[in-house]
Design a protein around this ligand. Structure first.
Ligand SMILES: [Zn+2]
Length: 386
């Protein structure tokens, strides 16, 4: 372990087994992250449409930035020359970078994987690039994130067993290489568990990754095309194996409020997703119990705020009529206000979850929290996998 991440479980799960939800505190180089926590995604060193003041106001304590995108543009060496990622994007709180594995492997026909690494074509200009575990770590060290992540080979959850087994074994070899390559003492390093939806492969991968001296454990290969029941069954395999493990658990790519709630209930501490911001830019605003599509004509005469008790910039100053108008006129302010609202809703939801865990009321109010989360629509589900 690097010593660049200290994780303390503040409220362990109750002994009666009613939930595996726990509250913790993750101390990183640039600050403290209370868990369970959601990380907004700043793909290109910006959470789309927001500036760092907006991010602080919506309650973000840590964000995720994408290694693959920043490597291609503007280039990790340029960011390092300019003082590192925190300085570059003027964000002084913690940043986690992913390894690029998910983006590289998602390129489909544009990439070839061998034992040493992955060769791929840039989605920007078609130029040829190569990522190895060592290179993925070097890029993240140049960016200077608080938390780097080992390079892995994710597969779609529904992949054939042989494909999952092969990628999981390679992920284990790449995990060791990532650890050996990592040298930055002020940067933590998390490892990634794979294993798809196969219980024995998932268990084996959990045990293997947990046996290595990472600072945290990522659960990869989920938040894809699996059903909620399949995801929950997979968590029920992996999390009990980590029960006595002192490190944080991070489920990559999950973002709808109801999905976050169920995963916290099963013992997950950290999440990231583009979902709240992406659906906001399409005019879908999350409110307690459901959502408003502000592109709907019926809001054009509605003087009420989007959500009565919401502290965000949109709800405290503007009406449903105004945001409905901005979306119809394709005004840039629409994207900022809508994103502020959905991230405020999501991060406030996590705050409610944390305080319920800390006061011991989580099992009693989990159904109330489910109602607040609402259900994800089919169109949101389609967007998530797009
Ligand atoms: Zn709001």
């Amino acid at each position: 372990m690097t010593g660049a991440a200290q994780f303390k479980v503040v409220t362990p799960p109750p002994a009666d087994g009613s939930t595996r939800a726990r509250a913790g505190r993750l101390t990183l180089t640039h600050g403290v992250v209370e868990t369970p926590q959601f990380m907004p995604v700043g793909t290109n060193a910006t959470v789309k449409a927001l500036d760092p003041d907006d991010l602080r106001t919506v309650g973000a304590s840590i964000i995720l930035a994408n290694t693959y995108h920043l490597y291609l543009r503007p280039g990790h060496e340029r960011i390092a020359r300019l003082g590192g990622l925190h300085r570059f994007m003027a964000w002084d709180r913690p940043i986690l970078t992913d390894s690029g594995g998910f983006q590289v492997v998602s390129l489909g026909d544009l990439r070839v994987i061998d034992e040493a690494g992955a060769t791929f074509r840039s989605h920007l200009d078609g130029s040829l690039h190569r990522f190895t575990p060592e290179h993925a770590i070097a890029v993240q060290e140049a960016l200077g994130s608080d938390v780097a992540v080992a390079f892995d080979q994710p597969v779609t959850p529904s992949s054939l067993r042989a494909v999952v087994a092969d990628a999981t074994e390679r992920t284990h070899r790449w995990a060791e290489r990532s650890l050996n390559a990592h040298s930055r003492p002020d940067q933590a390093l998390f490892g990634i568990v794979q294993g798809g939806l196969e219980p024995d492969l998932r268990a084996e991968s959990t045990r293997y990754i947990a046996s290595l001296p990472f600072d945290g454990i990522c659960l990869g290969g989920l938040a894809g095309d699996e059903t909620p029941a399949q995801r929950e069954a997979t968590l029920d395999v992996a999390i009990p194996l980590l029960e006595a493990d002192p490190r944080p658990r991070y489920l990559m790519g999950l973002g709808s409020p109801v999905d976050l709630l169920e995963a916290v209930h099963r013992g997950v501490d950290l999440f990231d997703s583009v979902l709240p911001a992406r659906v906001a830019r399409n005019g879908q605003l999350w409110v307690p119990g459901g959502r408003l599509n502000v592109r709907n004509q019926r809001f054009l005469d509605d003087p009420a705020p989007v959500q009565e008790d919401c502290p965000c910039l949109l709800c405290t100053r503007f009406s449903r009529a105004y945001i409905a108008h901005l979306f119809r006129a394709k005004e840039l302010l629409a994207y900022r206000l809508a994103t502020c609202h959905n991230l405020t809703f999501t991060l406030d939801f996590m705050t409610r979850i944390r305080s319920a865990i800390r006061t011991g009321t989580f099992p009693a109010i989990v159904s109330e929290l489910r109602l607040r989360a609402g259900r994800m629509s089919a169109s949101e589900a389609a967007e998530k996998s797009a």
